[in-house]
Write a protein that binds this ligand. Structure first.
Ligand SMILES: Cc1cc2c(cc1C)[n+](S(=O)(=O)[O-])c1c(=O)[nH]c(=O)nc-1n2C[C@H](O)[C@H](O)[C@H](O)COP(=O)(O)O
Length: 490
């Protein structure tokens, strides 16, 4: 016999707290103090239907995995549940209008177009989470700016009739030299979440990296893959190593072809747009003896499990629990690339986490330019695959990175924005646009395959200089220019 909404609504306090998720009631009273996201966010939905809030943040198997079966109270007759009246929210009404007025997908001509549409159409909390970066977001901007300090030295009079930009990454043949990097909480942007990225990656034969903090469950994302589609696993290492071992072994058993251990996030960065979003749940939560300050937005709330003690000493253990290639994601200087070679891992991602961690960390592409000459000098360039991510928005950014020696380039936000604004068709178009740009870029640089891309094709003399130009002389530019100011009488 299904529970009634009235019955559930009686359990709306810390003393007795029931919530409804996907039409079933759960007694979460005892779980409240352990919830990483704090008690407040659950209590806000005590006695009510919390599905909409729950969905983007938690993989579907969360309750089965973490809530004792005795607390699963069974189905609820949803016709008896009072709909949570979202007070008429003028902002939401305007947002819906912007969605209705958004440009046609065919009017998106580059990856930044998707960002522009997503910014106007996404919910504030979701936009805040995806777009945010640490502190003053200097590194976020530098990631893309750095590509602007790399200029091409194209070759001419090369027969570029046939251009092939396929390559291999960790032994997998891919059609294009980029991959879908791990970005958490896909359902914040689209109700179907990361499985849409899986579908688009399959269509364009590029690799998808599955995030630990995906909204979809790991198995859902693996199940969404087709045929011999290759996926990698991104791992945040849990303080409870038994959980980590279980996740890694399961990923290998399911056929993941790479373990990308995130090493730049002993704790998630302070991302102020995220902190200001509605995920900021007031009140704190005592969790295994430590107060969890949930006023740090979604990022902090969902990442308290991450182990800040992770160190080089752990690498032998990882090598003992898996045969997957191990790649360190978030390496930010050549000395650590050399240590990665010493420790016998198969790859590194030169990355600052999309600027979401340490502000003023250098761009991945600048670290790449520092790294590859040293590896070549030591004859180590074939000992390790070097990937880079952060700020890549054009195929020319990808080509620049490959000229400098990258094996492939990870792309994050653009695919999230494309998915959020236009679903799987958006991601498909984004990848198609990159395909078109790659064809043109390779042709105009005078190369017919990625193995021809080399440092002589780029000028990086300015890459390492972070000096900004002379501050723009706005006054002079705009006002004190008598020759062109109409009506000015000298
Ligand atoms: C945009 C974004 C990036 C995240 C990301 C979530 C978002 C919304 N998350 S995070 O919440 O914890 O920070 C992850 C993550 O799960 N794990 C990870 O290794 N990198 C994470 N990253 C970093 C990502 O893998 C790339 O390093 C970064 O996105 C590359 O920069 P662009 O976005 O400019 O392409």
């Amino acid at each position: 016999m299904a529970l009634s909404g009235v019955e559930v609504s009686k359990h709306d306090s810390k003393e007795s707290c029931w919530v409804i998720i996907h039409g079933k009631a759960y007694d979460v009273t005892e779980f409240l103090p352990e919830h990483p996201g704090g008690m407040g966010i659950i209590l806000k939905y005590a006695g009510k239907d919390a599905t909409e809030e729950f969905e983007p943040i938690h993989p579907p198997d969360t309750l089965d995995k973490y809530l004792d079966k005795s607390k699963h109270l069974g189905p609820v007759d949803m016709s008896t549940v009072a709909k949570i009246k979202e007070a008429e929210d003028p902002e939401e009404a305007e947002r819906q209008q912007r969605i209705a007025d958004k440009p046609l997908l065919s009017q998106c001509y580059n990856l930044m177009d998707f960002e522009s549409v997503a910014k106007r159409t996404m919910k504030r909390g979701a936009w805040g989470y995806y777009s945010s970066a640490a502190d003053d977001e200097i590194t976020l901007r530098e990631n893309h700016e750095a590509f602007h300090r790399i200029w091409f030295r194209p070759r001419i009079l090369v027969d570029v009739k046939k251009v092939d930009f396929s390559t291999t990454m960790l032994g997998t043949k891919v059609d294009m030299p980029f991959y879908v990097t791990a970005t958490a909480l896909g359902k914040l942007g689209h109700p179907e979440g990361e499985v849409l990225l899986t579908k688009a990656a399959k269509k364009h034969n590029v690799v998808q990296m599955i995030p630990t903090l995906a909204s979809c469950s790991f198995d859902e994302i693996m199940d969404a893959a087709e045929g011999d589609q290759v996926q990698w696993m991104q791992l945040y290492v849990n303080s409870d190593r038994a959980i980590t071992e279980r996740i890694v072994k399961h990923a290998e058993k399911r056929g993941c072809k790479g373990l990308f251990i995130t090493v730049d996030a002993p704790q998630l960065g302070r991302r102020e747009k995220d902190m200001r979003s509605k995920f900021t749940d007031q009140g704190s939560n005592v969790q295994s003896g430590q107060a969890t300050d949930t006023s740090q937005g979604a990022a902090r709330a969902i990442s308290s499990f991450i182990d800040p003690s992770l160190s080089w000493d752990d690498i032998p253990w990882f090598k003992s629990i898996t045969n997957m290639p191990i790649i360190l994601k978030g390496v930010q200087r050549v000395e650590d690339v050399l240590k990665a070679v010493e420790h016998g891992v198969q790859g590194v991602v030169l990355s600052n986490h999309g600027g979401r961690q340490l502000d003023f960390a250098r761009s991945g592409v600048e670290v790449l330019a520092e790294t590859m000459p040293v590896l070549r000098e030591l004859g180590l360039q074939d000992r390790i695959e070097v990937f880079v991510d952060g700020g890549a928005r054009r195929a020319t950014d990808i080509i620049k990175a490959l000229c400098l020696g990258a094996k492939g380039v990870g792309i994050g936000r653009p695919f999230l924005y494309a998915m959020s604004a236009y679903g799987v068709d958006g991601v498909d178009r984004a990848m198609q646009l990159l395909r078109d740009e790659l064809e043109m870029g390779m042709r105009l640089i005078g190369c017919t395959s990625v193995d021809q891309l080399n440092p002589s094709l780029v000028d990086i003399r300015n890459l390492g200089s972070h000096v900004t130009g002379v501050p723009r002389d706005h006054l002079g530019h705009k006002i004190y220019d008598p020759l062109v100011t109409p009506g000015f009488k000298p």
